[in-house]
Design a binder for this molecule. Structure first.
Ligand code: ADP
Ligand code: MG
Length: 443
């Protein structure tokens, strides 16, 4: 068993080499992993620094699982990995050995309120978060933020942390992902460090717990979080939590936890509308010193609708292109560089189109689907069409409601939930939905 973090990382680098190309390609290893630096090893979590956030996202998406597997073999116990970005690394400081980081907050510095663009889709969440940041422990407790992948949950709760750190330097802040919380917990139990572990999370002023849907079905983890919650709550310390679903929708979560999560303020983040997407793109381009025409940004914003991380990914791609080729980015160039989004442009999928495909599939008319008629078959087909509109286009519920004969957004929400349940239960429906998706996407 190796529990010296630095040694662990070095061993991993040595070992990882043997896994080329199964886990990682030679090039990826040289480009992404080798420049990484060991930061600290705490509670079974190995903290590693990578040059920037984009590389962090990349490594996490493609290599995290593979690397974790190897780490476990080397260490002899479960080790979790957390990559932190070092923004603005330079040639000069690249080789300097870093000391173990003193800062215990685990925040990305650039996730601030200043860098967070506010639009219709996130303004409630932003307002709640800002209120909490200004009066930790006394505005809303807990604050619960939920929404889909890449919509800014982590950014927003880290912004709270960064704000508190700057404005209330005597308050302690800690961010932890629920999965890492579990790793630390197991590590603490195995190494008889449970007291230190409990204190680490029960003696902070602001605790930020990310991705709590991970608790689903994990009983001892729920137990630990429950007690941490109570201790902090009773001491009037601020708790902020994110999840991909609202508290009551997280499966296999104890009722006593669900209810506590609802004690304070529950806010959601929706996919950004067009204006917000444009603003995020402009902001990102400006920050990265990239000079792009509005028509290019317009092109991206019209085609990447679901995920802000993907929006940023487009800008980064263009940035890489323009710095390598030393060329300005024209719309044609952008279309070429971002071919994968152009593919979707050609298909030009709209709610109208989805309604037509679904109607055709069930030998109905589009008019019937959006009518107020409520035969059993029509209700089901309507639900399917609404569900697919949301799935494929990620447009706001209101937009879907409007397109389905001006139905209310709560009706749309209800229909989508209903269908989600049905898909899980009914194989036939599931198959039909998959078929329809293929038809719509032109497969
Ligand atoms: P989530 O945690 O919901 O999956 P993140 O917080 O990781 O999403 O956000 C994904 C990326 O998009 C991050 O780089 C984040 O900085 C950026 N981002 C998200 N929302 C906004 C926003 N409103 N303004 C600016 N950047 C944003
Ligand atoms: Mg996140």
């Amino acid at each position: 068993m190796i529990d010296n973090g630095k040694l662990l990382w070095e061993k991993l680098l040595g070992n990882l080499h043997n896994f080329i190309p199964n886990v990682i390609s030679e090039q990826a290893f040289e480009t992404w992993i080798k420049p990484a630096r060991f930061l600290k090893f705490e509670g079974g979590v190995l903290y590693i620094e990578l040059p920037n956030k984009w590389i962090v996202d990349w490594v996490e998406e493609y290599y995290l699982d593979g690397i974790k597997g190897i780490l476990k073999d080397i260490a002899g116990f479960d080790v979790n990995l957390r990559f932190l970005p070092k923004e603005g690394i330079t040639e000069e400081n690249k080789h300097i050995e870093v000391k173990e980081v003193k800062d215990e907050s685990n925040l990305y510095q650039e996730h601030t309120f200043d860098n967070f663009i506010v639009g219709k889709s996130n303004h409630f969440a932003h307002a709640g978060a800002f209120a909490v940041a200004k009066s930790p422990g006394s505005a809303y407790n807990p604050l619960f933020v939920y929404g889909g992948v890449g919509l800014g949950k982590t950014h927003l709760i880290m912004a709270i942390g960064n704000y508190v750190k700057t404005n209330y330097p005597n308050l302690s802040v800690r961010y932890i992902g629920t999965e890492n919380f579990m790793t630390e917990m197991i590590y603490a139990i195995q190494n008889r460090q449970t007291v230190e572990f409990k204190n680490r999370y029960r003696e902070v002023d602001v605790l930020l717990i990310d991705d709590i849907h991970f608790l689903s079905g994990k009983e001892s983890l729920q137990e630990e979080i429950f007690h941490t919650f109570n201790t902090l709550y009773n001491a009037k310390k601020q708790i902020v939590i994110t999840s991909d679903k609202s508290p009551e929708d997280i499966p296999k979560l104890e009722e006593r936890i669900v209810s506590r999560l609802q004690w304070g303020l529950v806010v959601d983040i929706q996919p950004p509308d067009f204006e917000t997407r444009m603003a995020i793109l402009r902001n990102k381009a400006e920050k990265d010193g990239l000079n792009i025409d509005d028509e290019v940004l317009f092109f991206i914003a019209s085609n990447v609708k679901t995920n802000i991380r993907d929006l940023e990914g487009c800008v980064i791609k263009l940035l890489a292109y323009s710095s390598m080729e030393k060329q300005d980015i024209t719309l044609d160039k952008a279309k070429e560089v971002l071919t994968y989004i152009v593919k979707d442009v050609k298909k030009n999928i709209t709610i109208d189109f989805i309604q037509e495909v679904v109607a055709d599939y069930y030998q109905l008319t589009k008019e019937k689907i959006i009518s107020s008629e409520r035969t059993k078959k029509l209700v089901l087909v309507r639900q399917i069409a609404m569900y697919l509109s949301r799935e494929i286009l990620s447009v706001p519920l209101k937009e879907i409601g409007d397109a389905f004969g001006k139905r209310d957004h709560t009706t749309v929400m209800y229909s989508i939930k209903k269908l989600e349940k049905l898909i899980k239960k009914d194989k036939k429906i599931k198959e039909q939905v998959i078929n329809l998706k293929q038809r719509i996407k032109g497969g």
